[in-house]
Design a protein around this ligand. Structure first.
Ligand SMILES: [Zn+2]
Length: 506
């Protein structure tokens, strides 16, 4: 073992052994668990180690240390800490552990805070930010008619059809700021609002301006037409590196909403451009979307399926077997008649659920709500099965920690970002959230993971960091002129409603 220069104090319980630990944490924790038989977990964990990427060098540009937080890393190798520091160097997490030394670093005292990895929303139509709330009592068919003017073959007037670039811009900005404020640091923006090429430019501009990490899903609503060429333009104009804060995906309609010829063309384009694909796949109707894709030889690890409620067991197996992922959006699915969330069935078939809010025109835009919805619905279903057999449930098979993983590391995996985000692991990007535990609904803390999932809400989010940069501090978004943003949102909303003769309720 080598001495860890970032540790100020000898780890509790190890003084007598005279051993100092650094990380190399994989080797260390293997040793530690095997020979010391100490577990992690909050509260009362006696594990006090330092997980560190590498020793300090003089080449570091900026250091930020977040001190004295309860840290839920969700990294199973590192575990959790009842009290620890997070050292951030530039955009990355450099070390996690108690009493880290970081002379000269900018310091934030996070006493009374729980630190968690930034939440990851894998399915949201962000452009709808300024028209929030207009489909809170709608079925899917009514929603489709309002937003896209489509019920079956009939195309009527719709809000989506009249979105101008400035509407996309402000919708995306409001939507992304809402998500950031709620601790969502990565968002899959399913952007099927490409009425003109300028709409794509406007969506991307807002994502960049907000400071979020995002996967911009260049999307198709009713037809792809000229959009295939425009998707190529967007890829070459904005996403040549493929590794920045914002990356690109293709958001395609899929076999339930377009012809297989279109599906084939769109998937072929995405693979030619080297970008992942996201599509809606509800199932349960006349079309078995995943089976069709399988028969066409189009399945693969680059496909992300939203909803998946009505997919057959065979289809879930096919997604799992080909390395694809799913996004569950429980709140909207239960409202709009898309079926019960597929959470338990997906897990039984080897899939790892991820979560999304989908549409703030109907439901809440925060993942605390989505975690609770997904977890409690699945618990209810499982409990109900036993009750109907005359048995009282003895144990719950899903935990709050499972739900927190759905909204973090599983989301990262679904978006192909698991090596960059999703856990508080040294070497990963510094995307993290500080949750204030002195608030009435979180105090005192007796079960950090359980309370984050079951009790927390966006109002408890004190601070949010994306790639080491603060986007929210002390409960307020940083460098956002909310009055300007709100005025633009209201003006856009008024324009959209006036075109459709919808009355705005301020
Ligand atoms: Zn959707």
């Amino acid at each position: 073992m080598t001495y860890c220069p970032a540790i100020r104090a000898v780890p509790v319980g190890l003084k007598g052994a005279g051993i100092h630990f650094s990380v190399c944490h994989k080797r260390f924790t293997d040793f530690f668990f095997r020979f010391m038989n100490i577990g992690t977990g909050l509260p009362g964990s006696s594990l006090q180690i330092c997980a560190r990427l590498q020793p300090h060098t003089n080449t570091m540009k900026h250091q930020l240390i977040i001190r004295n937080a309860q840290v839920i890393t969700l990294d199973r190798t590192i575990g959790d800490f009842s009290r620890a520091d997070l050292l951030i160097e530039d955009d990355r997490i450099a070390a996690v552990g108690p009493d880290l030394e970081a002379p000269g670093a900018e310091e934030i005292d996070a006493d009374g805070m729980i630190a968690i990895p930034g939440l990851i929303d894998t399915h949201r139509h962000v452009w709808q930010g300024q028209i929030r709330g207009i489909t809170t009592d709608a079925t899917l068919l009514e929603y489709m008619q309002t937003m896209h003017g489509t019920i079956g073959e009939d195309h009527g007037p719709s809000i989506g059809a009249i979105y101008r670039p400035q509407d996309v811009y402000i919708g995306n900005l409001v939507g992304t700021l809402e998500a950031l404020s709620a601790g969502i640091t990565t968002i899959l923006d399913w952007s099927h609002i490409m009425n003109t090429p300028e709409n794509a430019d406007a969506a991307i501009r807002a994502l960049k301006e907000s400071g979020t990490r995002a996967v911009f899903g260049y999307g198709f609503s009713q037809t792809h037409g000229h959009l295939l060429d425009d998707a190529r333009r967007v890829r070459s104009q904005y996403f040549t590196s493929g590794s920045g804060l914002i990356t690109m995906a293709l958001a395609i309609r899929g076999p339930e909403m377009s012809s297989m010829d279109d599906v084939r063309q769109e998937i072929t384009l995405a693979r030619e451009l080297g970008i992942p694909i996201t599509l809606h796949a509800i199932g349960g109707g006349p079309v078995q979307p995943v089976l069709l894709l399988h028969q066409e030889g189009l399945l693969g690890p680059d496909l992300n399926f939203a909803h998946a409620n009505g997919l057959t067991d065979e289809e879930l197996d096919l997604i799992a077997g080909t390395g694809g992922s799913i996004s569950i959006t429980p709140e909207v699915e239960m409202q709009m008649g898309i079926g019960l969330p597929v959470t338990g069935r997906a897990i039984a078939h080897g899939l790892r659920p991820s979560l999304g809010a989908d549409v703030v025109t109907a439901v809440s835009g925060d993942l605390f709500a989505q975690m609770r919805m997904a977890l409690q619905t699945e618990r209810a279903l499982q409990n109900d099965r036993l009750l109907k057999q005359g048995q009282m449930p003895q144990k719950l098979s899903l935990t709050t920690r499972d739900a927190l993983e759905w909204a973090t590391i599983n989301g990262a995996k679904a978006l192909g970002l698991e090596n960059r985000v999703g856990t508080l692991t040294p070497g990963k990007q510094a995307d993290l959230v500080l949750i204030r535990t002195s608030d009435l609904n979180l105090s005192p803390v007796n079960n950090p993971v359980g309370q984050v999932v079951q009790h927390a809400h966006p109002g408890n989010v004190d601070s949010v960091f994306v790639a080491g940069k603060a986007v929210k501090r002390n409960g307020k978004l940083v460098q956002v002129d909310w009055n300007r943003v709100r005025q633009q949102a209201v003006a856009s909303r008024d324009y959209l409603f006036s075109q459709l003769e919808v009355a705005a309720v301020s």
